[in-house]
Design a protein around this ligand. Structure first.
Ligand code: ADP
Ligand code: MG
Length: 250
């Protein structure tokens, strides 16, 4: 039920994004500590606008902490994080996070869960977002009747409905079966290509990182141990410096 303009002069497509539109993120000399435990230290990371960055590393190395630092959910004990040259604190509508569990509100319908993500709870935009992830026909249902993969689609729709310029993904596909994971990878990649937001994906699955990202950083001992560009020719013909890591689950 989109409104089609009858103005003959108006040829503007529905979605126009001046490229690049993603948020540029600069992490300078940053650290996060919990009491005596320095989880991250001396971290330098410049993420250009529109990049798809993957962060890999062993369990407990600090990937989620880094993502939470970028989200403003964790304070830096040293250094700074700036967005497009500005310091912001906390989650803004420009920055969205998706986690391994969908975190849908069980007492709200699928549609109302997505409406949470859009200023003013705009129904039309929420429906468009559900359509984007292929779930418009499930709008009126409760989250509890959906499969794990469908819940993650709703979570993705809620993250994207506000048209964020930075999308932070913390192992969003970690709990999904292999086929659903591949479908979701393709969906995320398509949406990233269309919308050009900056994306940071945390994963312990190196092959997933290489498949999706155009740059992969490895976190070890609280800092970035490797920083590997992935050639843009995806998915197969890429010159990955991570060859010896491919198909490795850390
Ligand atoms: P990853 O996501 O790579 O598995 P995390 O960033 O979740 O790792 O955790 C990194 C380290 O920081 C772990 O040793 C974890 O126990 C510790 N940690 C994370 N959050 C907290 C917290 N709120 N308080 C204390 N320690 C924490
Ligand atoms: Mg984690």
């Amino acid at each position: 039920s989109r409104k089609i303009s009858t103005e003959p002069e108006e040829k503007t497509p529905l979605v126009v994004h001046e490229a690049p539109r993603g948020l540029q993120v600069d992490v300078r000399n940053a650290g996060v500590r919990f009491g005596d435990l320095a989880v991250l230290r001396d971290l330098e990371l410049a993420i250009p606008s529109g990049q798809f960055l993957a962060v890999v590393g062993r369990s407990g190395c600090g990937k989620s902490t880094l993502l939470r630092l970028l989200a403003g959910l964790e304070a830096a004990s040293q250094g700074s994080v700036t967005f497009g040259g500005k310091t912001t604190s906390g989650l803004s509508s420009d920055v969205r996070v998706m986690f391994q569990d969908a975190r849908l509100l069980p007492w709200k319908s699928v549609l109302d869960n997505v409406r949470i993500g859009v200023p003013g709870g705009d129904r039309g935009k929420a429906l468009d977002a559900l359509e984007l992830v292929g779930l418009a026909d499930r709008a009126k249902e409760w989250p509890s009747v959906l499969s794990g993969g469908q819940k993650q689609r709703v979570s993705l729709a809620r993250a994207l409905v506000g048209d964020p310029s930075l999308l932070l993904l913390d192992e969003p596909l970690g709990a999904l079966d292999a086929l659903t994971r591949i479908e979701m990878q393709q969906l995320i990649e398509r949406l990233w290509r269309e919308r050009r937001f900056t994306a940071v994906l945390v994963t312990h699955d190196v092959s997933e990182a290489v498949a999706l990202a155009d740059r992969v950083v490895l976190v070890e001992n609280g800092t970035i141990a490797q920083d590997v560009p992935i050639a843009l020719a995806r998915p197969r013909e890429k010159d990955s410096g991570f060859t010896h890591y491919e198909n490795t689950i850390l």
